[in-house]
Ligand binder design. Structure first.
Ligand SMILES: [Zn+2]
Length: 282
């Protein structure tokens, strides 16, 4: 410490925090309609994401998608784009500001500016029992960015090619038939599906611990717009030890896509882009 503690230090620290973005006025998804639709879903597609690799999938607006643990505890890094406009992509930071560090049933994945609208709503989470553990850890975080070869090189040197960032880049390049460099610029901060993370209380550092996920667990969403998704089965496996290595036990992840009834699709509210006029006061 290099500065003198002011006499009213304790008083200043004792001020109670206020929530930055109270969500009382946030439009709520129609969970009753979604729950009703869940009873009659028709599976239309499935993609098995190989361990230490990524794969893409498409989900039309109003359809459901489910990410499942199938063979062993495994964490997934999820990217979402508007299938018709790749500039609109998942905005992890604003989702965190609105919903908190980890998201679960009833909460939504929000898109980047200037769209800022729900891209997907979580409709079911088999890990909702976990809550917040004694270390401050919880599951499905929007605080981590994605494991990447640049940070790996910075901290450990070497060239590691199967980080989630590279896996997502390869999968997107293949899906869109574009060069890796172009695909890389579209890859963004993720939803860490099944990952158990938090911040240490003493140093405020980002931590991870073994995910509580087990085969059979899943996280299920409703697509609020036509989506292109990419999911990486993280090389950290359950992320109990390290996350950019070939040491961890890794397993595939299953993505399934389901169509609801036509009635449910008719009942959905229209999901327009954000209403701000973009004149920025000029
Ligand atoms: Zn990863």
């Amino acid at each position: 410490m290099t500065n003198t503690v002011p006499p009213d230090a304790q008083e200043r620290r004792a001020i109670k925090p206020v929530i930055c973005y109270p969500v009382d006025t946030l439009p709520k998804p129609d969970m009753a309609l979604y729950a009703h639709a869940r009873a009659n879903l028709l599976k239309t597609d499935e993609v098995l994401v190989p361990a230490r690799d990524a794969a893409t999938f498409h989900v039309p607006a109003g359809h459901f998608f489910r990410i499942s643990s199938v063979e062993g505890p495994q964490v997934g890094d999820l990217n979402l784009w508007n299938a018709d406009d790749l500039n609109e992509r998942f905005y992890s930071g604003k989702t965190r500001a609105l919903h908190g560090t980890h998201i679960t049933k009833g909460q939504q994945m929000w898109s980047s500016f200037p769209y800022l609208r729900p891209m997907a709503t979580i409709i079911h989470d088999t890990l909702d029992w976990y809550g917040i553990d004694d270390f401050g850890g919880s599951v499905h975080d929007v605080i981590g960015t994605r494991c990447d070869p640049y940070t790996h090189h910075l901290l450990k040197g070497g060239q590691y090619h199967h980080c989630c960032h590279s896996n997502l880049t390869r999968a997107l390049a293949k899906e869109l038939n574009m060069p890796l460099s172009q695909a890389e610029s579209l890859v963004h901060d993720v939803l860490n599906v099944f990952m158990c993370t938090g911040f240490t209380r003493d140093t405020g550092q980002y931590f991870m611990k073994a995910s509580p996920v087990r085969p059979g667990d899943y996280l299920e969403f409703v697509a609020e717009i036509d989506l292109l998704g990419a999911l990486s089965a993280c090389p950290g496996g359950d992320c109990s030890l390290e996350h950019s290595s070939d040491v961890a036990a890794c397993y595939p992840l299953l993505v399934e896509v389901f169509a609801p009834s036509q009635e449910m699709l008719k009942g959905r509210a229209h999901n327009s882009p954000n209403g701000y006029d973009r004149s920025h006061g000029s």
